[in-house]
Design a protein around this ligand. Sequence first.
Ligand code: CUA
Length: 351
Amino acid sequence: MLNMIRGSRRQIYLLLTVLLVTLLSACSKESPQSTFDALGPVSQSQLTILWVILGAGAFVFVLVFALLIFATIRYRRKSDDEADPPQIHGNNKLEIAWTIAPAIILIIVAVPTVRGIFFDANPPDDAAFTVEATGHQWWFEFEYPEQGIVTANELHIPVNQAVAVNLYSVDVIHSFWVPKLAGKLDMVPGNENHMWLEADEPGVYFGQCAEFCGESHAKMRFRVVVHTQADFDAWVIAQKQLAAIPTDPLAKEGYDLFIGQAQCWACHTIDGFQRARGSVGPNLSHVASRMQLGAGIMDNTQENLRAWLEDPNSFKPGNVMSRDAVVYADPSKGLSEPQISALVAFLRSLD
Ligand code: CUA
């Protein structure tokens, strides 16, 4: 019996160790969405506030438990006939002390917090430009009014430059979150929210919708691509190029399908084609230049694009394309394999 208890106790310790290691590994800076690896002034200010609050909380925790343990041991009843200790109800000095002490701790927490709230909410005056970010079920639209660019699921910004971001939603509440650059802020239908971003280093940063927004919420991701200024300028020039009717015969066939029978144009815009001006789905101008497909859920490869066109619902359950697009909603109008090949060739020509 004793051995059994010892054995199960060992198992519990083992389980607790595994749980603790798993929990702590979430704090690793190496993780692509770790908030402990703050790489911009906004996330840095938020991380500082976290440490201040954590420090104040730890101080209170240690103090209270030390006093509790001390009092429990020092003042425990030592014999049955020991008298009740003196009662201290109404001790003015103590009342004042434990009112003032928490007030001081709250002030220590409140000052950096309030300063941080104003710092994070107001883009600096020298912000490089503004991006309009809109949440859709389940993808992100990024519009650059000053540059005349609309893209999806990839936010490109120059390094060491503040960029103002206005947040919107067309359907339900989403939340815009790039853990290494800035804390989450909701995208609310009928309401405009404001934040800003700045990155200290070029690179690719992971972003994610952080508000439950329907069945494919977990598949609503994006990337922030931080360029050197020269690379960013080159990206802007490339994105402003208008698409032309492809010369490759298969891609041309795909173009004809896109603006014709397959009716992709009704939901998607491709700058350069008069007919393709839809705004329900992601803007597909230069879709071939993007790193990911389906809002950050898979690499942008020929195989993945084909698989997506064959059955978008299997990648992103409930998405509008599977639900409403005529070729998916009505199987009798579905795309044939040769038609999908043509569409893939066309979309991959949009670089
Ligand atoms: Cu959008 Cu969750």
